[in-house]
Write a protein that binds this ligand. Structure first.
Ligand code: AMP
Length: 418
């Protein structure tokens, strides 16, 4: 028996209404804020991710699905969406367009993580990127878009956490202070943090291990080390958020897991969120385009985990609009009736009416049971009598009411009902 690979899941038909709802709300939010959709390939050159996300990050060292194709080229399944969007921005000369260029995507992402509730090896992201503008108003707008998306879904209790991790000018002094703080307490931290201290010191701050909490809480704050430009940028972001009456809390331990972030970083948490609960996050990445070979272009973006959004919708008992069910089910008895059914199904579909026609030779009762389970609005029944009278029986599946109609009357009745 084959099973879906560990950490992946089938999205079954009964789940689809949630996913279509989330996708529709994402597209709606993007339309409101002027973002255009971009689809990039499922895999890219592995080096694109190594260079952007960072050599020392968990994603690159432990989680990326890397493989060689038949020509020996190292490729990777997309572990996140920002680097591919930046690659496309550079490749297609989007720096020649009016800036910022605002793009969004809905796409699966792949990370070899330890699967648990809300953490999968294939998950799905909705992401937005605004490239080519350093204005702090754009940071605030991206955060606003994220919140607008979550609240438009009906989710309650969304909170925003915010931090600034500075730029390449001021961050080194902060990282030095952070390292010194941890080096003085090296005996109190977990083995992973000892490695982080060498390889990726910012990540020390989001260690979840009990023994590291006190060291992380008492660590120096990046916001105390910001250069004048980063400080005024961060102040402006907070002021814009206040003017939008968008509530947020400052979290000096928020650093995010990817190396490309500069200045603003933020995360969105759901009601009663735990450690693995961020619904989305993002921030500025002012150096990334240049690092990937483009002309310098400051940028800001965010990504939401759609799987976690669906989990939250269910947890909060939010009803989503059902997907349309077939308008009509055609039941038939006898060979002649079946041929009529085949023809009628085709002609109704040509008129844009969704039809499921019974197949096989089941009893009328069994066929109507199927119509019920498909939630068809109407069943058309064709039997010996209908053939003889050149008529059809139309059954309203909700009221059970039946009428015998000519083909023309049937079309009219269905059009009226549509
Ligand atoms: P990140 O690129 O890590 O900032 O991820 C953006 C969002 O995607 C997170 O806030 C989560 O909601 C979601 N996410 C990240 N990794 C996973 C995963 N392994 N499984 C499910 N959702 C994830």
């Amino acid at each position: 028996m084959y099973r879906a690979p560990r950490g992946t899941a089938d999205i079954l038909p009964e789940e689809q209404a949630y996913w279509r709802y989330v996708e529709a709300k994402a597209a709606e939010a993007c339309q409101l804020y002027g973002y255009q959709r971009l689809d990039t390939p499922l895999f890219e050159e592995a080096a694109l991710f190594t260079r952007s996300i960072g050599e020392g990050t968990d994603i690159v060292t432990k989680e990326m699905y890397v493989f060689k194709d038949r020509s020996g080229k190292a490729l990777a399944l997309r572990p996140e969406g920002t680097a591919p969007v930046c690659r496309a921005y550079i490749e297609h000369g989007m720096d020649n367009l009016p800036q910022p260029v605002k793009l969004y995507y809905l796409a699966p992402a792949f990370r070899y993580e330890r699967p648990q509730a809300g953490r999968y090896r294939q998950h799905h992201q909705f992401g937005c990127e605004a490239i080519g503008d350093a204005d702090p108003a754009l940071d605030a707008e991206v955060i606003h878009l994220a919140c607008q998306f979550f609240t438009s879904l009906g989710l309650r209790g969304i909170t925003v956490q915010l931090n600034s991790i500075g730029c390449r000018a001021c961050r080194p002094a902060y990282v030095k202070a952070l390292k010194e703080h941890y080096q003085e307490r090296a005996g109190d931290i977990c083995p992973d943090c000892k490695t982080r201290l060498e390889k990726n010191p910012l990540r020390l701050l989001d260690c979840k291990r009990e023994e590291c909490q006190q060291v992380a809480d008492s660590s120096p704050r990046s916001t105390d080390y910001l250069c004048a430009d980063c400080r005024s940028h961060f102040r402006a972001v907070t002021e814009y958020l206040q003017s939008l009456t968008l509530p947020f809390s400052l979290n000096h331990r928020l650093v995010r897991g990817l190396d490309y972030y500069t200045r603003t970083v933020f995360e969105v948490q759901p009601l009663a969120g735990g450690a693995q609960s961020a619904l989305g996050g993002g921030g500025r990445y002012d150096d990334l385009i240049e690092q990937l070979g483009g002309k310098p272009a400051p940028a800001v973006g965010f990504a939401a985990g759609m799987d976690r959004v669906v989990l939250s919708l269910k947890k909060q008992g939010i009803a989503v609009p059902p997907l349309p069910s077939p308008g009509v089910f055609i039941a038939h008895l006898g060979n002649e009736a079946k041929t009529e059914a085949v023809k009628l199904a085709a002609s109704l579909r040509a008129q844009g009416i969704g039809v499921v026609m019974a197949t096989g030779d089941r009893s009328l009762k069994a066929q109507l049971r199927q119509a019920d389970s498909l939630s068809a609005g109407y069943a058309i029944i064709i039997g010996d009598e209908e053939i003889k009278e050149r008529k059809l029986t139309l059954r309203n599946m909700v009221s059970g009411e039946q009428q015998r109609l000519s083909a023309a009357e049937l079309r009219e009745a269905l059009q009226r009902a549509a």
